[in-house]
Design a binder for this molecule. Structure first.
Ligand code: SAM
Ligand code: SF4
Length: 314
């Protein structure tokens, strides 16, 4: 279905939990998250909503969170969604630290591929930004995803000035030998305690690694580049310096059942408890409520999302 600005909405991002086994400084800045089991959608409720979305033209689903793999039975949910007629692709965004355990089962359940978040290649810095995470666990998850065939693998790195910009060349170098898409994401002002210097434009990557050459655009949100001899690619996702609202094709579902027409707006439409035609109508309303674009985002203008990222599903 098209929204009122002629954008075809084909992509549903589903947050299955607000909980996480890490505490990234930009995502869960205050480190707390409490929610009762009965407050979050059951797998049956999620599958019913995804199925209705598929009837309206959604073809791709992403399972996210919080950390989706901390929700018990996440693999079963993926299997349920993969079986919905019309859903052609199901992806998962994860911090990777539990993938060692689940990668093969996710592949068998019908998951197409995964995005893994990794903000530093230095164990001490990784521990600092994630509030205690182990880099070795994330790296084991990356290996497990590759071995299970959850490919092409995408790695997400939030670019944080003064924290990991010195690692840009090392991250890019990974794409020389690994067939991965390493995506630098501009830090979004969503409640984290960062000074203006932390908000680096994606183009910083091109300044630091001039050898990167552009690759034809594939319609996604990332601008793509590669090293001349690289097996992988480098993506720049720039929600602040070059927003991609004109091609936004997505709708978000929070773990308690709110549809979010736009990541950076506090407009939410409660969908829990709706069935049949009423459910379809609620989804249509949410698609129709998508704004043409979000407001300015920078250090002085925080996101209007009204929630931290772990409660939305990044
Ligand atoms: N736990 C999973 C993970 O870390 O990949 C999935 C959920 S996480 C909220 C999804 C993505 O959002 C991650 O790649 C994370 O780095 C990104 N993210 C969270 N807060 C962000 C922020 N303030 N700015 C930019 N990216 C952010
Ligand atoms: Fe957890 Fe992902 Fe948020 Fe980090 S970015 S706190 S891993 S949900």
């Amino acid at each position: 279905m098209k929204d009122q600005f002629d954008r075809e909405i084909t992509y549903l991002r589903i947050s299955v939990t607000d909980l996480c086994n890490l505490r990234c400084k930009y995502c869960m800045p205050d480190g707390v998250c409490q929610k009762r089991h009965e407050d979050i959608l059951s797998f049956e409720e999620i599958a019913e909503i995804a199925s209705a979305a598929a009837q309206l033209g959604v073809r791709k689903v992403r399972i996210t969170g919080g950390e989706p793999l901390v929700r018990r039975g996440c693999v079963d949910l993926c299997r349920m969604i993969a079986q919905i007629p019309g859903i052609e692709e199901i992806d998962l965004t994860t911090n990777g630290t539990l993938l060692d355990r689940y990668a093969k089962d996710l592949k068998a359940a019908g998951v197409t591929r995964v995005n893994i978040s990794i903000d530093s290649l230095d164990p001490a810095k990784y521990r600092a930004i994630t509030g205690g995470g182990e880099l070795s666990a994330a790296l084991a998850g990356i290996r497990a995803a590759q071995e299970a065939g959850l490919i092409p693998l995408k790695l997400n790195t939030v670019l944080i000035g003064g924290f990991n910009d010195d690692e840009i060349p090392a991250f890019v170098k990974l794409t020389r030998t690994e067939p991965v898409e390493l995506r630098f994401i501009e830090l979004m002002p969503m409640g984290g305690h960062f000074g203006p210097e932390a908000y680096l434009p994606g183009d910083t990557v091109l300044e630091r690694v001039p050898a990167l050459e552009p690759v034809p655009h594939n319609g996604g949100v990332a601008r793509l580049y590669r090293l001349p001899d690289g097996k992988g690619r480098v993506g720049l996702i720039s929600p602040l310096s070059r927003h991609f609202c004109a091609s936004c094709n997505r709708l978000r579902l929070t773990s308690e059942g709110h549809l979010k027409p736009c990541l950076h707006s506090d407009r939410e439409i409660y969908v829990r408890g709706k069935h049949g035609e009423e459910l379809l109508e609620t989804l249509r309303q949410a698609i129709y409520a998508k704004p043409r674009m979000h407001g300015v985002l920078d250090a002085e203008h925080p996101s209007g999302a009204g929630r931290t990222m772990n409660t939305i599903g990044g």
